[in-house]
Ligand binder design. Structure first.
Ligand SMILES: [Zn+2]
Length: 257
């Protein structure tokens, strides 16, 4: 540990849902962050600084000019170098916290590798921008019995739900298939307010830290955020006993087409 920062996590340890023991568990944890865009940057920054012991950062893209307003880990030099996002993010996070391990995975997350990645993680963060990948994460996480934190942002709105296999509903209890009507327009169409993405990511990170420290996230509680008027509402999502994923254990998204 670098000199002078022995009390690094003191303010988190003061929190009743973390404490010294929770902080130790956070430090012993591995978290997979799927996507290093606006949500992934903010999530990874919060989790790295909170002392998550190992972060696996997956993204296949390079940094572009339109990323700079919303993706808080990147800078103009990254744009110039067309730096892979996972690698640029890892380098910033290592500079913020040299006590943790950060592993960049510059490539696509798909049915071919998601199970191996989920097996290495204690928890998975959704920082994707599409439902196809979320259904893949949902299948892999439920199959492996690992929690994952759903999060989405569009314009100034967002949604967050912690999925705990065996503790509450999964994404497919809520939504059948990534049908065309569930297909979100890309951020280029409706835009994303940077503050909205940071807010969604912060709520996801808080759920993740609660889960890692005490196993006590708000499982199955869908939070709906609108930063334009500062509102947050929450509703319990019921578990569907006939859910093909968490009910019948049919993991069809894990099978490559
Ligand atoms: Zn389910």
């Amino acid at each position: 540990m670098p000199p002078g920062i022995q009390d690094r996590y003191a303010r988190h340890e003061k929190l009743d849902f973390i404490g010294a023991e929770g902080q130790r568990r956070i430090g012993a944890s591995t978290v997979l962050v799927v996507g290093c865009g606006s949500l992934g940057c903010a999530q990874a920054a919060l989790l790295a600084r909170a002392g998550v012991g190992r972060l696996l950062l997956a993204d296949r893209d390079v940094v572009r000019p339109a990323n700079l307003p919303t993706q808080l880990l990147y800078n103009e030099a990254d744009v110039k170098e067309r730096a892979p996002k996972a690698e640029a993010a890892a380098s910033r996070l290592r500079a913020a916290n040299s006590e943790i391990a950060v592993e960049p995975l510059a490539g696509e997350v798909s049915a071919a590798n998601i199970e191996a990645l989920a097996a290495r993680a204690d928890l998975v963060m959704d920082a994707t921008d599409n439902f196809e990948t979320r259904f893949l994460l949902n299948d892999a996480a439920v199959k492996a019995g690992k929690p994952w934190i759903y999060g989405g942002v569009l314009g100034t709105d967002g949604m967050v739900m912690a999925v705990g296999p065996g503790k509450g509903p999964c994404l497919r209890c809520l939504l059948e298939m990534p049908a065309p009507e569930n297909r979100l327009p890309p951020p280029d169409v409706f835009g994303v307010l940077n503050a909205a993405a940071a807010w969604v990511a912060a709520l996801q990170a808080a759920q993740a830290l609660k889960a890692l420290a005490r196993g006590a996230a708000d499982w199955g509680r869908m939070h709906t955020l609108d930063i334009r008027n500062g509102s947050v509402t929450a509703a319990e999502v019921p578990r569907d006993p006939a859910c093909p994923c968490c009910g019948r254990h049919e993991f069809k998204f894990l099978k490559p087409a």
